[in-house]
Design a protein around this ligand. Structure first.
Ligand SMILES: Cc1cc2nc3c(=O)[nH]c(=O)nc-3n(C[C@H](O)[C@H](O)[C@H](O)COP(=O)(O)OP(=O)(O)OC[C@H]3O[C@@H](n4cnc5c(N)ncnc54)[C@H](O)[C@@H]3O)c2cc1C
Length: 472
């Protein structure tokens, strides 16, 4: 005789426990929905907490402090004889931070009555999810399924990543020795952040980029300035070029680099090569075809403006659908979709989603770039202010960079804020709020900013939009 096992019943089953998935499950729990969140990793938090935002920022901060001991401390009268890096201890610190934060997600699940399930999930049909757990197969039934399976490293044709000498960001976050020579393929956010970590710890870093500029998507004036500052720190760039092959010989890598438009290759020797050419949506083993969920040519799950896929009760958020691959974009979509499922009006304002590069100096931008505003034919004004004229930056010896504010020439509405400078990642929230509230540059210029703070540079730049910057 066959017994049929009753499937566990949920209002919402979220597949993927990254910033998209875990925030969606938590918000669903807060709204009184019975929610489960599944991840095939043994710890929740997804790419972001396990092998992305958090470990990279931990190493960026630690390596920046180390570099400060050589560059800034002597100028400030701090004697730093004997300062050295204990890489194993630095990695242990990073792992501890990751461990505590991923455990924190489990705590939040308990607090919001979300069931966290570890296992690989497959959608067997709309409303049905099978999870391969350590204890065996578990069948769940769900009124709604939210796909938040994120993204994975995009492979580079002809290159095999071994995570030892040819690494992705995941391997670059866990090297056991400082490589003598690091070749970074791709001058995007991840390549430049990880390149900065290892350069500060002692590597010679060369970056190869297919395009004729670094950090595509960032305001061109900011990107140019950024490249100059990174070069001054010792990073070198080969632009308009592509890596076409790599050979391992005598304990080193021989990397073949061709001009982007084709031609004779040059060969560069390296100890480690970091492939940072992008990420692709991850949907392996999810059963999308059997559930009739449509993907686009890039493999992203297609959704409408409310995150609904081609199947009415299946939704998708985060890196697996279109848009910037950012943790806080996934989080915003998570909140919106949980609220829509609960019958509320969820909404994401993509114009106010900031983007940050956590190097030194940092780059932080929100809204339209000058190139985009020009292309759209909008009459605009620009206000700028350099950190060299900001009192706090001067005291801190962090005078590199500037704030640039773009506002509509007719209405004065702020269209974009682009910053390169000290701690601008922590300051961009003010600009996001300005865009969210449709602020005019005058609103920022007339808002009190505490003195002496780095944020005063934003106020001075806002004054500059209408020509009354006072402190320069
Ligand atoms: C090195 C690095 C640094 C980064 N730094 C930043 C940063 O500073 N700021 C920022 O905003 N963004 C950063 N990002 C990007 C950020 O990590 C992603 O945008 C974010 O994690 C996307 O969230 P998500 O929930 O969509 O997917 P993910 O975080 O990728 O989570 C998806 C989860 O789904 C699980 N999964 C997939 N398929 C299944 C399945 N079938 N069954 C069960 N589980 C499944 C995966 O195991 C994964 O844990 C960084 C990324 C990297 C790689």
């Amino acid at each position: 005789m066959k017994f049929s096992v009753m499937a566990d019943q949920f209002d919402v089953v979220v597949i993927g426990g990254g910033p998209g998935g875990y925030n969606c499950a938590i918000r669903a729990g807060q709204l009184g929905l019975k929610a489960a969140c599944i991840d095939q990793r043994s710890t929740f938090g997804g790419t972001c907490l396990n092998v992305g935002c958090i470990p990279s920022k931990t190493l960026l901060h630690a390596s920046e402090l180390y570099e400060d001991t050589k560059t800034k401390f002597p100028k400030m009268g701090i004697v730093t004889q004997g300062v050295a890096v204990d890489l194993a201890a630095m990695m242990a610190h990073k792992n501890k931070v990751v461990g505590e934060l991923t455990k924190g997600v489990e705590f939040l699940f308990k607090k919001n009555k979300v069931e966290g399930i570890v296992g690989a999930a497959t959608i067997s049909a709309p409303g049905k999810v099978s999870v391969a757990t350590k204890e065996g197969l578990r069948e769940l039934s769900a009124k709604h399924i939210v796909i938040a399976t994120g993204s994975d490293v995009a492979p580079l044709p002809g290159i095999t990543i071994d995570e030892k000498t040819i690494v992705s960001s995941t391997g670059a976050l866990a090297l056991s020795e400082v490589p003598g020579r690091l070749l970074v393929v791709g001058a995007g956010v991840i390549g430049l952040e990880m390149g900065s970590v290892w350069r500060r710890l002692g590597s010679e870093v060369k970056v190869v980029e297919f395009l004729d500029r670094i950090v595509p998507g960032v305001d061109a004036e900011v990107a140019k300035h950024f490249q100059r500052l990174l070069e001054r720190q010792g990073m070198s760039f080969t632009l308009s070029s592509k890596v076409v092959g790599v050979e391992k010989k005598g304990g080193e890598l021989i990397v073949a680099i061709e001009p982007a438009s084709g031609g004779k290759p040059q060969f560069v020797n390296a100890d480690v090569m970091l492939v940072a050419t992008g990420r692709r949506p991850y949907t392996d083993g999810l059963g999308l075809d059997q559930a009739d969920v449509t993907r686009d040519k890039q493999g992203r799950i297609v959704t409408d403006g409310d995150f609904r896929t081609s199947v009415d009760t299946i939704w998708a958020i985060g890196d697996v659908r279109e848009g910037a691959m950012l943790a806080h974009k996934a989080e915003d979509e998570a909140v919106a979709v949980a609220e829509i499922i609960a019958g509320r009006a969820g909404h994401v304002n993509y114009d106010a989603i900031a983007s940050v590069i956590y190097t030194y100096p940092e780059v932080a931008t929100v809204g339209k770039t000058e190139e985009e505003v020009k292309k759209a034919g909008i009459a605009y004004r620009v206000g700028k202010f350099p950190f060299a004229a900001n009192a706090r930056a001067k005291s801190n010896l962090t005078t590199e960079g500037f704030v640039k504010i773009i506002a509509d020439a007719k209405t004065d509405r702020v269209l974009g804020v682009h910053m390169i400078g000290p701690d601008v990642g922590n300051m961009i929230g003010e600009a996001s709020l300005a865009l969210e509230f449709s602020a005019a540059s005058e609103d920022i210029a007339r808002t009190s900013h505490a003195h002496p703070t780095l944020a005063e540079a934003i106020r001075q730049a806002a004054m500059g939009v209408t020509g009354w910057t006072m402190q320069m």
